[in-house]
Design a protein around this ligand. Structure first.
Ligand code: NDP
Length: 316
């Protein structure tokens, strides 16, 4: 990593290295703003745990998530963005320059900040579910599916993620039980079709997971039918995959920035501007509607242009 700008105050610091952050870096670097990127705890973001990406334009045959992020990062690096694996854990946005406090103890001064910290997988919050995380409980089939060869697993959720994860898990598991809390799937029609027509996926409607059984690893689950009230324990389950949505990674900014009740940062209409001048947000940390790699990338471009124009406005 090279040194900061001569004055010790950065032009633009980008937080997060998913499609939003990397696109913001591409544009700000090409605008000669010498951006500094803090990649955060999960460099590359959520696509690093995805398999085939078939809906990112430009890849006729599709591309694997990690490959897409690898290519994006190489493209960005060509234009001189500086990268650091550090993570921002606190901010002082009370005056210019803005100050970012990192996990390793740095206090970074900057004129503009582009927040592209994304979102993280949600868990139900059951005590045993959290205790057995990493020991049979996972929120990433792509990362952990391989370990469940020839056994039965449960997927919780009814959206695109749940259907995608369930389908992926059928490559390894002998059977996948999809627990859907309502009597319909939220997933898109094509994903529903795939899940409903996969012989290895059994969908359990109106069914909630109430506990995860097992001492050191998962040895079963407790479930309840929320229509009939009927409870059961399934002792044939060795893996539990949560696919119930995401929480925005906005904690360090919640005191300083306007946000909704779920913690998504609020930006001005048709803009990436937050309530603090010089602070912009893009990607999943401010978008609970679209949440696609391509929309994140698009909003990263918007944030870069907004930051560039804001810096120009300070000069005049
Ligand atoms: P969603 O918010 O779309 O779906 C979450 C699912 O989890 C819903 O079925 C919801 O039920 C269920 N759920 C939420 N909380 C609980 C709970 N406490 N107990 C049980 N079930 C619960 O999230 P996804 O992660 O599936 O998708 C997010 C976005 O990413 C979407 O826009 C989706 O289209 C996109 N995506 C696209 C993919 C693709 O195109 N290949 C792949 C994956 C995601 P309910 O319906 O009752 O609210």
């Amino acid at each position: 990593m090279s040194e900061s700008t001569e004055s010790g105050v950065e032009n633009v610091v980008i937080l997060g290295s998913g499609p939003a952050g990397l696109t913001a870096a591409l544009y700000t670097a090409r605008a000669d703003l010498q951006p500094m990127m803090y990649e955060g705890k999960e460099p590359g973001g959520q696509l690093m745990t995805t398999t085939d990406v078939e809906n990112f334009p430009g890849f006729e045959e599709g591309i694997m998530g990690p490959d897409l992020m690898g290519v994006m990062k190489k493209q960005v690096a060509r234009f001189g963005t500086r990268f650091d694996y550090d993570e921002v854990i606190g901010v002082d946005f009370s005056s210019q320059p803005l100050v970012l406090h990192t996990a390793s103890g740095k206090n970074v001064k900057t004129q503009t900040v582009i927040i592209a910290t994304g979102a993280a997988a949600r868990y139900l919050g059951l005590e045993n579910e959290l205790r057995l995380r990493g020991n049979g409980v996972s929120a990433c089939a792509t990362c952990d599916g391989f370990f469940f060869r020839g056994v039965e697993v449960v997927v919780v959720g009814g959206g695109d993620s749940a259907c995608e994860e369930a389908g992926f898990l059928t490559k390894f598991a002998s059977k996948v039980h999809l627990l859907v809390r309502r009597d319909e799937l939220r997933a898109s029609k094509i994903m529903q079709h795939r899940a409903l027509n996969n012989d290895k996926i059994q969908i359990h409607w109106n069914t909630e997971m109430t506990d995860v059984l097992g001492e050191k690893t998962v040895e079963g689950v407790a479930v309840k039918n929320n229509k009939t009230g009927e409870s059961a324990q399934w002792k044939n389950i060795q893996g539990v995959f949560l696919a119930i949505g995401h929480t925005p990674n906005s904690k360090p900014f919640l005191e300083a920035l306007d946000h909704d009740d779920q913690g998504y940062l609020i930006t001005a209409p048709d803009s990436s501007r937050t309530n603090i001048p010089g602070v912009f947000a893009c990607g999943d940390v401010q978008d609970h509607t679209y949440r696609q790699a391509i929309t994140a990338a698009g909003s990263g471009c918007m944030a870069a242009i907004d930051a560039e124009r804001w810096l120009e406005s300070q000069e005049s």
